[in-house]
Write a protein that binds this ligand. Sequence first.
Ligand code: MG
Length: 193
Amino acid sequence: MQDKKERVPSEAVAQATKEALKRRGVKMDDIADIVYQLQLPYNASLSMEDCVDSVERVLCKREVQHSILVGIELDELAEKKLLSEPLQSIIESDEGLFGVDETLALGVVMTYGSIALTTFGYLDKSKIGIIKELDTKLDSSVHTFLDDLVASIAASAASRIAHRLRDLEEDRSAMVDTTELVLESSSSSNSDF
Ligand code: MG
């Protein structure tokens, strides 16, 4: 069992995750931009700020941070040709039948429900924005894990927004109901005069 003293502070894991994404050329705005494109048709008042905020909330989850760190580490090791064969060749060439990159990313979306899951499937096929850029890089960089991880963060952040929008709408309609009740009771008391 791990000794309490050996625990890695959560702040260090969160910081390492942000640095890893930055080091690999992925900015918060790049992911938020995908979230914006995904959610705008359902929410006309959505702002980029909402999307950046949602992405940051997803990145606060420890399970998400762990998946990102593992995936990026494997990409970087493959880039430096430090993995053993045949894994080195499989990851370096992003072999079509290798699905561990998707499996790792699925772990992220699982915590955000079915909307995140189906959105991830959509992004895996459509590859928009930074996902496309990562997928089509022609230099020697390896993004076998990163493209799926970015898709999973965007899908999760989009799902968060969809659920929050429903909560907000219900809160608003509850407020309208209460206001109507108050108005009704005040008008009926007036008519009693
Ligand atoms: Mg991949």
